[in-house]
Ligand binder design. Structure first.
Ligand code: SF4
Length: 179
C-alpha cells in the first residue's frame, strides 16, 4: 500500500496558523510519569478542566496510543516575548491543531487525533459535572497527557528553553497524530 505524502499537510498547518510544522516519528514523542506530578502538585488548574489531570490520559495510556501510530505532525507558534499575546497564541494553536485534525479526518485519515497545548478554555468554568459543551475542540494538551514536551521538541531538532521570567521568549507546541 502506498504511503500518502504528508508535506501538503505541513503546509496546511502553516496556513491554519502554525509558524512551523514538521513530521516526526511517534517514538520521538517522550512520555514520562513525572510530567503528571507537575500537573497534580505544581499547577493550580489541577482538576479544573475535563482536558487536564486527573481526567486526561495517563502517561502510560498516551504511550500506548502513540505506539498505534506511525506518523505525527509537530507544530509550533512563537517564539514571542509579548506576554500580552500569550492567550491569543495558545488558543490559536489549539484551534490550528483541532482544525487540522478535522481536515485530516475528512480527507480519510480516520485515526487523526490532536494533542494541543494548555488547558481547554472554551467555557468558563469547564462543565465538569455534565457533558463537554464543545467536544470537537476539547483535546487534552501534550503535558496533560504526560508528554515530556521539552524532550520531544528537542528530539525533533527544534529549540525550546525554560521560560525564566516575563521577558523570556516563549513558544507553544502541539501534535497531530496522523496515521
Ligand atoms: S469545551 Fe468547555 S466543557 Fe469541554 S473541556 Fe473545554 S472548557 Fe470543558
Amino acid at each position: 500500500m502506498s504511503v500518502v505524502d504528508l508535506q501538503p499537510w505541513l503546509d496546511r498547518a502553516r496556513e491554519l496558523g502554525a509558524d512551523d510544522a514538521t513530521l516526526i516519528d511517534p517514538q520521538q514523542v517522550v512520555t514520562a510519569e513525572w510530567v503528571r506530578l507537575k500537573c497534580e502538585f505544581g499547577c493550580d488548574g489541577f482538576g479544573e478542566c475535563r482536558t487536564c489531570p486527573p481526567h486526561s490520559p495517563t502517561p502510560a495510556t498516551t504511550r500506548r496510543v502513540l505506539d498505534e501510530f506511525r506518523r505525527v505532525i509537530l507544530m509550533r507558534v512563537g517564539p514571542s516575548t509579548d506576554q500580552a499575546d500569550s492567550d491569543r497564541l495558545h488558543e490559536g494553536l489549539r484551534k490550528t491543531a483541532t482544525g487540522l485534525e478535522r481536515e485530516l479526518f475528512l480527507a480519510g485519515f480516520h485515526k487523526a487525533w490532536s494533542i494541543p497545548c494548555g488547558p481547554c478554555e472554551e467555557c468558563d468554568p469547564c462543565n465538569l459535572e455534565g457533558a463537554c459543551l464543545h467536544p470537537e475542540r476539547s483535546r487534552p494538551s501534550m503535558e496533560a497527557c504526560g508528554i515530556d514536551v521539552f524532550s520531544t521538541v528537542r528530539n525533533a531538532g527544534w529549540e525550546i528553553e525554560v521560560v525564566r521570567d516575563r521577558t523570556s521568549p516563549y513558544r507553544f507546541f502541539a501534535l497531530v497524530l496522523v496515521d
